[in-house]
Design a protein around this ligand. Structure first.
Ligand SMILES: [Zn+2]
Length: 448
């Protein structure tokens, strides 16, 4: 058992340190009375650059006034391409002058988000609190792989950011403690998730977490849940969550949206947060593993990110007597099954169509219902067939193999073989859970 655990930790170490990190120096000034953000960024420590062009992505609220290449001002070239709320800035590379430093200065006006659909990639202003996640590109993201969607591009940075908001009660950047109005936030540890929260909010500290914008009573109850989840996941994975969780309640106008994670932040965007939402919290906490420690760039990206996080969440819920939540999910699956029969009739039902994982060619072939509902049950299916000890062995080996960039389904097959599952068993698993959605195979979850 101990040997297995140390192999596991070595793999995790390899995955984290394999990332290369850039350096980000920033000065950000927020003027709440004018809905204005001034930004100044200096990027350094570039390695492995492309031969011709360096591409940076920034949120489209920003109007960039100055762009400098190794201290020299250069013309600004931007385009939208597949950017939703962003622009891509193309910077030609001079072969005789390798990039040492890029300087960007500009400003942007945010709008109150009340009238529009909110999502993680938005720079959002609501109830006097400004929220910007890494996906919003409030700081420049280096778009390296131009075949990928820039919305999902991430850059690993060590950072040093000064944030000034004279009318704010508190400001916060990244995994730090909030500071009154103005402060400097740094991280020596490379990270690709830098969240900004500035405005009128309070915060409290407990053993396992920081709580932003929550009442005392709710804080105490959520703290209990979070501690119990951390303990469960540590035992399940053999990997300890060392960082303090930061739980922020930043209500959104998007009523169907529960929230998101930018580790170690869990951002709850519901109108009225409550402790009954264990499904949401346990899913978001599981992203510490699936998203931070284990990441896949394969075509089954959404399966390896969301379905695995949901699978961990189901494991927690089943173990802690929340069978009702799973029952509800399973009845949803029944409805999905029916919608699938008719998915060829109407384009609106196409989101329910089932694309077997082995036939997935691009990320978006895995629809939302597959990512969150079907995928987690498929993983419970594998566990039912191979046992929980083998499942524990499978996860680190699977994610290690995924870095080799094969088709995600072939890797799943190969990894099962590697941990000693017989070929016959693997074919049975594929037939029962992966070739089509047959609910009769899920009776082991004991849901009538
Ligand atoms: Zn998720």
């Amino acid at each position: 058992m101990k040997i297995l655990l140390s192999i596991l930790l070595i793999h995790v170490g390899l995955l984290i340190h394999a990332q290369e990190s850039l350096n980000l120096h920033g000065k950000v000034k927020i003027l709440l009375e004018e809905n204005l953000i001034h930004v100044e960024y200096e990027l350094g420590n570039f390695k492995h650059l492309p031969d011709d062009t360096l591409r940076l992505v920034l949120n489209n609220i920003f109007d960039i006034e100055i762009l400098r290449y190794n201290g020299q001002e250069i013309p600004i070239t931007k385009d939208k391409r597949s950017c939703l709320d962003c622009y891509i800035y193309s910077i030609p590379i001079h072969p005789e002058k390798p990039v040492k430093q890029i300087y960007i200065k500009g400003s942007g006006r945010y709008t109150q988000t009340a009238q529009r659909a909110d999502y993680k990639g938005l720079i959002s202003m609501k109830n006097d609190i400004l929220r910007a996640s890494e996906q919003s590109k409030w700081y420049p993201i280096y778009w390296k792989d131009t075949t990928s969607n820039p919305i999902f591009a991430k850059t690993t940075y060590t950072y040093d950011i000064e944030l000034d908001c004279p009318k704010c009660q508190n400001v916060l950047v990244g995994n730090n403690e909030p500071i009154n109005q103005q402060g400097r936030f740094t991280s020596e540890e490379p990270t690709d998730d830098i969240l900004l929260i500035a405005g009128q909010y309070n915060y409290q500290v407990s053993n396992a977490a920081y709580f932003i914008n929550l009442s005392d009573t709710l804080k105490t109850e959520l703290d209990k849940d979070i501690q119990s989840m951390i303990q469960f996941y540590t035992e399940l994975s053999g990997i300890k969550i060392n960082e303090s969780i930061i739980y922020a309640h930043l209500p959104s106008d998007n009523p169907r949206w529960l929230g998101f994670v930018t580790f170690p932040f869990i951002v709850d965007v519901s109108q009225n947060p409550n402790t009954k939402n264990v499904g949401f919290i346990s899913h978001e906490l599981a992203h510490f593993y699936f998203g931070k420690i284990y990441e896949s760039k394969s075509n089954l990206y959404w399966f390896y990110l969301e379905s695995f996080a949901e699978y961990y969440s189901y494991k927690y819920l089943l173990h802690h007597g929340y069978d009702q939540v799973i029952k509800k999910e399973f009845s949803r699956l029944k409805k999905i099954r029916w919608a699938q029969y008719f998915s060829w009739i109407h384009p609106r039902l196409q989101k329910y169509s089932f694309v077997p994982l082995k036939k997935v060619s691009s990320r978006e072939d895995i629809h939302v219902v597959h990512r969150y509902s079907i995928g987690a049950f498929q993983l419970l299916g594998i566990e039912h067939e191979i046992g929980s000890r083998n499942m524990k062995k499978l996860i680190p080996i699977l994610f290690q193999n995924l870095s080799e960039g094969e088709h995600g389904f072939l890797t799943l097959r190969k990894s099962m073989l590697q941990i000693g599952i017989e070929k016959k068993k693997i074919l049975e698993i594929e037939r029962k859970y992966f070739n089509s959605l047959r609910l009769k195979h899920y009776t082991f979850i004991q849901i009538e």
